[in-house]
Design a protein around this ligand. Structure first.
Ligand code: C2E
Ligand code: MG
Ligand code: MG
Ligand code: MG
Length: 287
């Protein structure tokens, strides 16, 4: 009895491992093709100044639509690309494209838009990466002051000296550092004083039920106070409702990003959106 169930569970285990390996191999080859076949694109989600109501910048978000018309979520393909190493090429492609697009969007909008780009730990640790950033800036002509790189707390669990070096170099270029999904990692807060960080981005899970006044609200309050005490700017992600916006405004959160303002859009649509929406947010929300 025990024997047969052991054998069954062994088979099951082996089977699922094989599936997983196949999945990964398929994903890797599909991603490799995507990179060469123009299946990837970058869309831009506006970030709004909560004091004045205007768009101050955008976050670049990668999109993958396969040749047969399926969209694959970044929550699937980014971890896969991190896993198989393709994030290095994918990340470079996104950065270059985004810098070019934002130069063009800024010109069309008539204001210098800030650009936030997500960077995976694996890119951050890659030897060639700083040069990738330098070249993307030089080739696009984007002023470094307009670029900020979003990293996650996981990076602070790597070798601190190397991380400090890369961050110092990034900042010496004039590029900003943002901690994304703040509050969801497992690292200690010590890194906040050890590294020079410009912005904290409150994870959208804390913003989700803000108006309910539960413990998440206390966390949001605390993050805003702490960030300001340390001289950092605070961005709230996942702002969907007026109630959330008002809560954040009452606590002097600097910037909001979320479906309340806009989903991520292709460049042309984003320009239209900026042109038309500022006045309406102000009028309807007293922003
Ligand atoms: P993230 O950097 O935290 O990006 C914010 C995510 O929240 C985006 O999902 C965005 O579409 C979504 N979002 C924005 N506003 C709202 C809202 O009001 N409500 C809700 N529920 N969601 C909102 P997306 O585009 O699916 O990206 C998911 C994650 O994939 C990103 O999270 C980021 O970690 C990663 N990612 C996307 N593009 C890149 C990239 O080019 N490089 C790297 N390394 N990671 C990327
Ligand atoms: Mg991000
Ligand atoms: Mg985030
Ligand atoms: Mg997030």
């Amino acid at each position: 009895h025990a024997k047969s169930s052991a054998r069954n569970s062994y088979r099951w285990f082996e089977g699922s491992m094989l599936d997983e390996t196949n999945d990964k191999l398929e994903m890797a080859s599909a991603l490799r093709h995507a990179l060469t076949r123009r299946e990837l694109s970058v869309v831009y989600q506006p970030q709004v100044c909560l004091l004045e109501g205007h768009v101050i910048g955008v976050e670049a978000l990668a999109r993958w639509r396969t040749a047969d018309g399926h969209s694959i979520s970044p929550d699937r393909f980014i971890p896969a690309a991190e896993d198989n190493g393709l994030i290095i090429q994918l990340g470079e492609w996104v950065l270059r494209r985004a810098c070019e697009d934002v130069v063009e969007m800024s010109a069309k909008a008539g204001v210098p838009l800030r650009l936030a780009v997500n960077v995976s730990p694996r890119q951050f640790q890659d030897r060639g990466w700083l040069d990738v950033v330098r070249r993307a800036l030089a080739d696009s002509g984007l002023p470094p002051e307009q670029l900020e790189l979003e990293i996650t707390e996981g990076i602070f669990m790597e070798d601190p000296r190397e991380v400090v070096d890369v961050m110092d170099t990034v900042r010496s270029l004039g590029v900003g550092i943002v901690v994304d999904d703040f509050g969801t990692g497992f690292s200690s807060l010590a890194y906040l004083s050890r590294f020079t960080i410009d912005k904290l981005k409150i994870d959208r899970s804390f913003v989700a039920d803000l108006a309910a006044g539960g413990t998440d609200a206390a966390i949001v309050d605390t993050i805003i106070l702490m960030a300001h005490a340390l001289g950092m700017t605070v961005v709230a992600e996942g702002v969907e409702t007026l109630a959330q916006q008002e809560y954040l405004q009452a606590r002097s959160c600097d910037v909001g990003q979320g479906f309340r303002y806009s989903a991520a859009l292709p460049p042309e649509e984003l320009i239209e959106h900026i042109g038309g929406s500022e006045a309406s947010w102000r009028a309807s929300d007293d922003l």
